[in-house]
Design a protein around this ligand. Sequence first.
Ligand SMILES: Cc1ncc(COP(=O)(O)O)c(C=O)c1O
Length: 460
Amino acid sequence: MESRKLKEKELLELESKYCSYGDTVHYLENPIIFERCEGSWIFDMQGRPYLDMQMWYSAVNFGYRNKEIEDAHHRQMATLPQVASQYLHKEKILLASAIAKETEKRFGTKGRVHFNVGGSQAIEDSLKLVRNYKKGRSLTFAFMGGYHGRTLAATEITSSFRYRKRYGHFGSRATFIPYPYCFRCFYGKNLKDCGYECIKHFEKLFETEYYGVIDKKDNEVEYAAFYIEPLQATGGYIVPPPEYFKKLSAVLQKYGILLVDDEIQMGFYRTGKLWATEHFGIKPDIVAFAKSLTNGLNPLSGIWAKEDLINPLIFPPGSTHSTFSSNPLGTAAGLATMEYIKKNNFEEIVPGKGEYILSRLKDLQKKHKVIGDVDGLGLAVRVEMTKPDGFTPDRELTDRIFQEGMKGDIKINRKKFGLVLDVGGYYKNVFTLAPALTIAYAEIDLFIELFESLLKRCGV
Ligand SMILES: Cc1ncc(COP(=O)(O)O)c(C=O)c1O
């Protein structure tokens, strides 16, 4: 144990000297080095178990070391682990076909799939697709509180100025529209009687040319696309009211604006559907996905787009080519993920577990006034921490709970555990829970015990 501790200390010293911090987010006061993972658990160098309720920002929906997906990866490793993206391999073709067919079943539209590495790159590719289809038109709408990645172009459609301010502008900064975050409505309304005031405000932009969006003489609109996250992810796992997207989509269709659906965090059954937009009865023009496409085994990402936008005549070879896009290890893992999904009924499993965790959290909310809001869709669950008035955001408390969870010393039945939570939200006061979709009910119960221990430890 002593030598492990020493090794950990040496590694942390090396990290502080040689690792850029720019590619990570150092939220922890005392960084931890992890060594092993399995199911819903990660283990540190001392072998301490941490129950992971965030699963790598929802990149590992099907559990760490998922055997079926890992085996497919091993088989690919032993046959064709490397081949240039300009040549074909069957896993790429089968994965693209599987996603295109499943998407066609849901949206009733023919389309194609296009790969890259990482969510931000998929977003970049979608921007090219939009600009190409809209003949160079580059203005977009996106949501306040939205997050689409940190490459230069992706930060232009991500609302936080913080991600842009050191680097200047690159391309066209989106016009940001309030997301329907009804717990803290931008317009100060109440969902019960607001009549979707937010949609009325958005549609008003098209009333006269003087609002800067449309030329009323020919009804031509200056904006090419609206980028949405069906549930806002980094923004705090916010679930929109049921009719919101249908109403938004009707406005977009009326004015010929493309709808780009960022499913990078909410896709692959996080909410109980392949694509979270399915809950809301809308049909996007483009879908971007990444993270759980390979269950986090390989940084493969992609976009699906309607045939009109992406067929080879309009979007020719080389439009966004990258060396590792459609790499064989990634596409093999992606294909295994799609097969795994087919064999397991996540449309039933996820809502069942989601309702259970929500009901347990709502019981906890009755006992602890500092839990201002609990909500969720499937296994995308939000716990918003507030002052005891149930509304004023409490960022400091949220951070304290998070830090305590990562100490790995919460005692339950004489065993010590850590708890991995992630913090999001406009005020950094929301635990965004994304447990493995394979989590056991007993593990959900353990989470509730661990979380309540942390609340007690923090004196609330
Ligand atoms: C909704 C959404 N879009 C885009 C991204 C960017 O993906 P990546 O971090 O793989 O670049 C993320 C990452 O968290 C995300 O949650």
